[in-house]
Every structure is written in C-alpha cells, then in structure tokens.
Design a protein around this ligand. Structure first.
Ligand SMILES: *Cc1c(COP(=O)(O)O)cnc(C)c1O
Ligand code: SF4
Length: 414
C-alpha cells in the first residue's frame, strides 16, 4: 500500500497549474466530508472517530492549497490543527457560549453589529474557504452558502446611511472575499456614496487559506475604493508561503495597508519564539501585526484556549526586544459585548502627585517628573459626545453604576 504522502503528492502533481491557481477550482475541490479527508490524510482510529463526531456538530472545509501545507508526519502540525476537526470540539466547557460577544444582540439590522460609537461590523457572507476549528463566529460561519441578497445588503446600507456617526465600516463574515467581485463592488460602491463613511475595512483569511483569490482583477477593482484597509489572520509562520506572500504583495501594491489579527492558540502559537518568528515574517511581507486575540468562549474551542498570562508573557517578550511595528496589541474581547479590551504587562510601577516610576523591558527603573505647570487650558469640545470613563474625565458625569443595585431599590421603596 502506498503511503498517504505519495498519494497526496501524486494528486497534486496531476493538477494543472491553471486549475490550482484558480480560486474557483480551489473552492470547488474543498475537502468537506470525512470520506474525502480519509483518502488524503492518514488518520488513527481514534482521530477518525473524533472527526466523525465533530462533523455532526460543526462543518469542515479545507482548500487543497491549505491541505498541501499540512505536515503529514506530525499530528500536532499547526496547519492541520487549525483545519482538521477533533473530538475535543464536542467538549462543552461550563463557560462556553453560543454568542459570547453579543454580536447578534448588538444588531440593529440583520447582518450588522453596531457595538462601538463610530464603526460597524457588516457580515457580508457566512462562507469561508477553510472553517477554522478555533473560529469565534462558529455559530454563524458556514451556516449558509447562499450569498446575502441585494435586498439584505440594501437594508444594511440604508442603516449606515441613516447613521451619521458611522465613519468606519468593516466588511467581514465569514470571509468577506468569498463574495463575488461583482457583489463586493456593489457593496463598496454603495458605501463610498455615503459621505460620512470615511474608511472601509475588509476582514478576510483568503490571503492565508486561499491566496489564489487575490487576483489582479480583484486588486484593480479594490483600488478604486480607497481608503481601503485589509485585515488578515496569520497564526503561524508556516502559513507564510510563496503563495500567501504573493497575495499580500498584490494587495499592498495597490496601496492597501495590511494588518494581521492572530488568535492565541494553545499548542499552535502560544510561545514567544513562534510569535516572534511570525511577527518578523509578517513585516517582511508588509503585513503589520495589529491584534493578538485571547481565544473567546465560543463553543467547542476550550482546547485551543491558553491562559491570559500566556499572552502577556508573549507581549513582554516582544515589546522593546524587537521593532515596535512588530508588536500587536493583545486584546480580550469581553464576554457579553464589552468589546475588545487591551491587556498589557505593567510598565507603570508607581504614580504619585508629581512623579511617575516606570520600568522598561530590560528591568531598568526610571523616574519621570510631571510638569509643574498644571492649570487646565480650556479646549472647546461638544457636550454630550463622551461616554463611560471619558465622560467622567470631562466632568459630564460624576459616577457610572450598574443597573438594578439593591441599595437603589431600597431607596425607591421608602
Ligand atoms: C473588532 C470589532 C470592531 C473593530 O474594532 P477595532 O478595534 O476598531 O479594530 C468593530 N465592531 C465589532 C463588533 C468588533 O468586534
Ligand atoms: S476565516 Fe474567520 S470566520 Fe471563517 S472560519 Fe476562520 S476564523 Fe471563522
């Protein structure tokens, strides 16, 4: 019997490059069933059973390109673990939630989340080329292969048009580049026609899992809708291949700034060494590390979660030790819709009325003296625009308090 590896190699060798390089071919030939996977990847009996179980709950899709990056000799291969299901996905942790970030609750119109004051998340598709096993949106990613109808798109556009605070629109999903060029251009055109929409961002994993998607035609189209930003998701240095490098170069060459949003994943990238290699490689392909996400409380991904401390340790190992450009912001997306909260090692050791004591990455401790001149120079700002702590600091409110305090009910009852 032939080893799986030779079977794979034979298969790849028979595919003409025109097909391999065509993103439609890659999508048409995605591995989506256990039977297909079993033919291509050697699985132990245990693994096979686990995959079958997991597939009863969560969908699988793997592009031939992504599959070709898997190291078949290594069951812990980071490429493999991100794409091939496992029994661990059926484990329900006590804190797992269907929609931990309340994206559906903070939704004034279907397919749109309006959480922050000035920007919105528009889910323009629910499809992905590869269904990441660690996906935070697994409740919706892959639920339908139908593209959003023009009617649905128009409803979201109308909301954005009627909401002048929105100056930044994130097109995401699913994978925003799994939409056809025509539909994507329709959305971009309609958004650009809205005066208060200053920037548009695309969230996509296509350059990583389906680099063939980044065609010259797509880039020429995108270029017409600047200022446009693209955020991708590279999680491991192995994902930076000649194909993904070329895809990022094509986007960067049409003037699109690229950012990366990694997810901190146990056994995949939860090491300072791996992360340092990743961020250095990203800068070489002109992708700026933007966020490092603490893994969310979505269902069936507890086995991917690390402690928050691990993320802080990674940031500690990067900040100061390497280019500031290479250091992402470590964020925890607060369960319940609180949004992204930046977490950082402590550099501020002490603050008194006129001195600040800080430490650097080497452990050097320094004192900074605050200015003696302190009277406030009034700056005219519009009232009522601030919320939360910002409103406290501006003197617009004296306190923030949770709803339904018992103390308050007692007061009312009197
Ligand atoms: C992450 C996110 C954004 C964008 O946040 P930035 O910090 O501006 O990148 C907007 N809306 C939602 C719902 C998000 O989750
Ligand atoms: S590409 Fe993004 S939305 Fe799609 S499965 Fe992966 S993490 Fe989830």
């Amino acid at each position: 019997m032939k080893s799986t590896e030779t079977v794979m190699e034979e298969i790849w060798a028979t595919i003409e490059p025109e097909k391999w390089n065509d993103w439609h071919w890659q999508l048409q030939n995605k591995i989506t069933s256990f039977e297909q996977l079993e033919r291509l990847v050697k699985l132990s009996a245990d693994e096979a059973a686990g995959i079958k179980d997991a597939l009863s709950k969560f969908r699988m899709a793997i592009t031939p390109y992504w599959l070709s990056l898997i190291d078949l000799h290594n069951p812990e291969c980071p490429i493999r673990r991100q794409a091939i299901p496992s029994h661990a996905e059926l484990r329900q942790a006590s804190c797992d939630m269907e929609d931990p970030l309340h994206e559906d609750i903070d939704s004034p119109v279907p397919h749109l989340t309006h959480r922050y004051p000035d920007r919105v998340l528009f889910m323009i598709t629910y499809q992905c080329a590869v269904y990441c096993r660690h996906c935070t949106r697994r409740r919706i990613a892959g639920t339908t292969d139908r593209a959003l109808s023009y009617q649905d798109i128009d409803k979201v556009i109308t909301y954005i048009k009627q909401t002048p605070q929105v100056r930044d629109v994130l097109l995401s999903g699913g994978d925003s580049l799994l939409v056809s060029d025509e539909k994507l251009e329709y959305i971009l055109q309609r958004l650009r026609a809205i005066e208060h929409v200053e920037i548009i961002r695309l969230g996509t994993r296509a350059p990583v899992v389906l680099p063939q998607r980044i065609t010259d035609t797509l880039c020429m189209m995108l270029k017409k809708y600047h200022p446009l930003w693209v955020n991708v998701q590279f999680n491991h240095p192995k994902e930076i291949t000649s194909a993904s490098t070329a895809a990022c170069a094509r986007l960067a060459d049409v003037g699109i700034p690229l950012g990366n949003q990694s997810v901190l994943l146990r056994g995949i990238n939860d090491s300072s060494q791996v992360m340092k290699e990743l961020v250095h490689k990203l800068l070489k392909i002109r992708v700026r590390p933007y966020y490092l996400y603490q893994c969310d409380l979505s269902q069936g991904i507890e086995h991917f979660r690390t402690s928050v401390g691990k993320g802080l340790e990674i940031i500690e190992s990067l900040r100061g030790h390497t280019s500031g450009l290479a250091v992402p912001t470590f964020v925890l997306d607060a369960p319940g819709g609180g949004g992204k909260i930046p977490l950082s090692p402590q550099y501020l050791l002490l603050r008194t009325d006129n001195k600040v004591v800080v430490r650097n990455y080497e452990g050097v401790i320094s004192v900074y003296t605050e200015p003696q001149i302190r009277e406030e120079i009034p700056i005219k700002q519009q009232q009522g625009e601030r919320e939360g702590i910002a409103a406290l600091l501006a003197g617009e409110q004296v306190s923030l308090e949770p709803q339904g305090l018992t103390r308050k009910t007692r007061r009312k009852n009197k």
